[in-house]
Ligand binder design. Structure first.
Ligand SMILES: [Zn+2]
Length: 419
């Protein structure tokens, strides 16, 4: 028996506009099963798609959540023997097999047509310089509980960054904080970093130079998802303000005002390298690199910003005509990135760490004098997304966060919309 989560139940009711006693109308067509949710809304599902997505225990392992059914044993022209609406969902009888698909799952998964309002999409708040009035912040003591950790991660998901106040100004506490989210990702810079401006690594991060807004690891196939940093001390000098820029917000403005430039940044792959250390030489695979702006192929939504002009390698476009378009596009992109409206400058102090979504928010700093000791870590995007997904299921987007106890384990249904 499927238990609808409150959010879905609410959405289902809103979408159906029907009396609770009415069941959807089911009809069989040549290659598809059609479900009439109400007089205006119809979803169509291919027979083979339905058969392939049976979630009964013999077709889908209830514990491992892996397919047991041999997809290639399904006849290409498979047809239901019968299909009918029952209280719990659509019941389809195949030759020698019965499948039951819950209504809410069918609505969420409907692809012909899609119901975007049924999809659990996270809220993104695009921001500019004015975010300084109320930047997202959680307290260190808070994030040591799952409810607080959920708040922290949803802030990162919504804004692309979040401060943590009250962090003891030690590497140990900061490392422990990083591990609340997931494994620390080891790179050529080490695992948990603790560094000063001594050029210990062949990268401008290890100098006192100003750094323009950029994302890290443009030279990796898989740039780190999150980066956490914490200024432990700054003595005998000044400067070194931190710069944050919302890449999604800047991209949205560029798309609106210069759609052609946006298109070039979305299409042209950009090679990059990290080559300041004799013992390593990083370049992404494939070698052509990735566009500055990458999108979700299904929704078309912007998913990743990858930009570091300093680490860019020689461009060798297949079409010479794009060279001028490229330089015009990055000139506009840079102009938007460096506008006073977009730049959020903040002076970090010991005790306040910041986490930045490296696939969305660009960071930089002003030049400084004196001795600055900074520590921090990279965390992979998959670890971060995994933790956020588990906590979202647990707290249901904050609906029960006040009452949920720390030891509640949410069993993952075979009908989870992300399976
Ligand atoms: Zn089955």
């Amino acid at each position: 028996m499927l238990t609808l989560r409150p959010l879905f139940r609410h959405r289902l009711t809103r979408l159906l506009h029907s009396h609770s006693s009415d069941l959807p109308i089911v009809s069989l067509h040549e290659h598809k099963v059609a479900i009439g949710w109400n007089t205006q809304t119809l979803s169509k599902f291919h027979n083979i798609w339905l058969r392939d997505h049976c979630r009964c225990p013999s077709c889908f392992h209830p514990i491992t959540k892996q397919r047991l059914l041999n997809t290639f044993s399904i006849p290409p022209d498979i047809k239901p023997v019968s299909a009918r609406p029952v209280q719990d969902g659509l019941e389809v009888v195949w030759d020698g097999h019965t499948s039951l698909y819950p209504w809410s799952w069918l609505q969420t998964m409907s692809y012909d047509p899609k119901f975007p309002q049924m999809q659990q999409k996270s809220e993104k708040t695009l921001w500019g310089a004015k975010i300084h009035q109320r930047p997202p912040m959680v307290h260190y003591d808070q994030v040591m509980s799952d409810g607080g950790l959920y708040k922290w991660l949803t802030n990162i998901d919504q804004f692309g960054f979040c401060f943590v106040s009250g962090v003891p100004a030690t590497t140990e506490a900061t490392e422990e904080l990083s591990k609340r989210i997931g494994f620390i990702r080891e790179t050529q810079y080490g695992k948990f970093w603790d560094f000063t401006s001594d050029l210990a690594k062949g990268d401008t991060a290890y100098t006192t130079l100003a750094l323009g807004a950029h994302t890290d690891n443009t030279y990796f196939t898989d740039p780190c998802g999150l980066q956490l940093f914490h200024l432990l001390s700054h003595t005998e000098g000044s400067g070194g303000a931190t710069l944050l820029v919302d890449g999604f917000s800047v991209a949205a403005k560029l798309k609106q005002q210069h759609p052609d430039a946006y298109d070039v940044l979305s299409r042209l792959p950009v090679p990059a390298h990290a080559a300041g250390e004799a013992s390593s030489f990083y370049r992404p695979s494939p070698g052509c690199g990735y566009p500055v702006l990458q999108h979700d192929a299904n929704s078309g939504d912007l998913s990743t910003v990858r930009w570091n002009n300093d680490d860019r390698s020689v461009m060798s476009p297949s079409d010479p005509a794009i060279v001028d378009q490229w330089y015009n596009a990055i000139r506009l992109w840079n102009q938007f990135l460096t506008s006073a409206d977009a730049e959020y400058w903040v002076q970090l102090t010991p005790g306040t760490a910041v986490v930045v979504d490296n696939h969305r928010v660009l960071h930089g700093r002003s030049a400084f004098t004196g001795r600055r000791r900074m520590c921090g870590a990279y965390i992979g995007v998959d670890e971060y997304r995994s933790k956020l997904a588990v906590l979202t299921d647990k707290f249901d987007r904050g609906a029960n966060s006040e009452t949920s106890s720390a030891d509640v384990v949410v069993e993952r249904s075979v009908w989870h919309p992300a399976l």
